[in-house]
Design a binder for this molecule. Structure first.
Ligand code: GLN
Length: 286
């Protein structure tokens, strides 16, 4: 804001041109103050430095940068996760995937989160279910570093591996995993959404397979039988229009009990399937 005279916190909030909540969160973040502090001390004058910092954040937000990247965190399943532009911002849809995994994960079970990004899925499960053995993999060194910081901060025990899908090292033993869970890059490269909103600023590697959106989903499905125990489950997040393709792919790879769970908007979002060693004596039919 172009002011000769110093302005108060309240004045900045009222004239930022941002949504009220976003403006307040930026003030809390950059001045290291609480909501209560803002209410009590709204008439405090900003120093030139403070105003400068706030104005810069405001300009970046107005240019479309996601609030989560400006703040450096996003809430997921009631916990605060550090995020950077090396990881996808955790989404509310993904909380459904966590919920489903929590239902299907047996006591003392083993779960592997492939393409963990910020670690939101794996770490939430480790926090909710301290009895579980939780593994998480990502190909990106920067993402793994964010995920490890989150695990440390949230005191979650997660075993991290680096590499592409099932090649990640270290990794769980073959046929030792009860649930494979993944929110892989599933947006087709020509999807206009990649050019809109927050997605423009997020790592493309986490969003799209640079193809038809099904490459990563297929890789995660195809590799799962090597690691799943008999009667283990795979749970995948996917695009609203990919339910049928994911169900077909699971069936083709011999999975049973295939079902798609809708998100809160009623859209296809998560598809699950069960692996059974005993049904694999006959070639899978589709
Ligand atoms: N597993 C992470 C999440 O759900 C990252 C997903 C991704 O990068 N595609 O937020």
């Amino acid at each position: 804001m172009n002011n000769e005279k110093p302005i108060t916190i309240s004045y900045w909030l009222q004239h930022s041109g941002l949504a009220r909540l976003e403006a307040r969160l930026l003030v809390q973040h950059s001045l290291s103050v609480s909501h209560a502090d803002i209410i009590a001390h709204g008439q405090r004058l900003l120093t030139a430095n403070e105003q400068n910092t706030l104005d810069q954040l405001r300009a970046r937000r107005l240019a479309g940068e996601p609030l989560a990247y400006l703040l450096g965190w996003r809430e997921f399943y009631g916990r605060t996760f550090k995020v950077s532009d090396a990881v996808l911002i955790p989404r509310p849809e993904t909380e459904h995937l966590v919920e489903a995994a929590l239902v299907y994960l047996p006591k003392h079970g083993c779960i592997w989160d492939l393409g963990t990004g910020s670690g939101a899925i794996a770490i939430t499960i480790a926090c909710e279910r301290p009895d579980a053995e939780v593994w998480a993999a990502d190909i990106s060194t920067e993402a793994l570093s964010v995920a490890k910081d989150n695990a440390t901060f949230l005191q979650a025990t997660v075993r991290f591996g680096k590499g592409s899908w099932y090649q990640a090292q270290p990794q769980p033993a073959a046929h030792s995993v009860d649930v494979v869970v993944s929110n892989p890059p599933y947006i087709a490269v020509d999807d206009v959404h990649l050019q809109q909103g927050d997605l423009r600023f997020e790592p493309q590697q986490a969003l799209t397979d640079h193809h038809n959106g099904l490459t990563a989903l297929t890789a995660v499905i195809a590799g799962a039988p090597t690691f799943l125990r008999d009667k283990g489950w795979i749970m995948l997040e996917h695009g609203y229009d990919q339910g049928q393709a994911v169900r077909a792919c699971l069936a083709q790879h011999g999975f049973m009990q295939i079902q798609t769970l809708p998100d809160l908007a009623g859209l296809d979002r998560i598809t699950i399937g069960q692996w059974s060693d005993t049904t694999q004596t006959e070639p899978a039919t589709n």
